[in-house]
Design a protein around this ligand. Sequence first.
Ligand SMILES: [Zn+2]
Length: 73
Amino acid sequence: MIECDLNKWPRCLDCGDKFHPKRLSLGYQHCLKCGDNYAKKETDRKSKCVAPAYNKGAYQYVSSREQAKTVGR
Ligand SMILES: [Zn+2]
């Protein structure tokens, strides 16, 4: 039984707790608890990062062109 072989269980990258090898086979590298937090953080970062980065780039492009015109006059 794989559940009894605690020595072979992988360790969570965040807290070091052992977690079920089946999670590792599914691609997880964190225990159930940290895995949930990590998934939430990832979702937050992705949804927050993409839009501001794009808007900031667009804003800087426009403002620097406007500034160049203003300074030239
Ligand atoms: Zn953990």
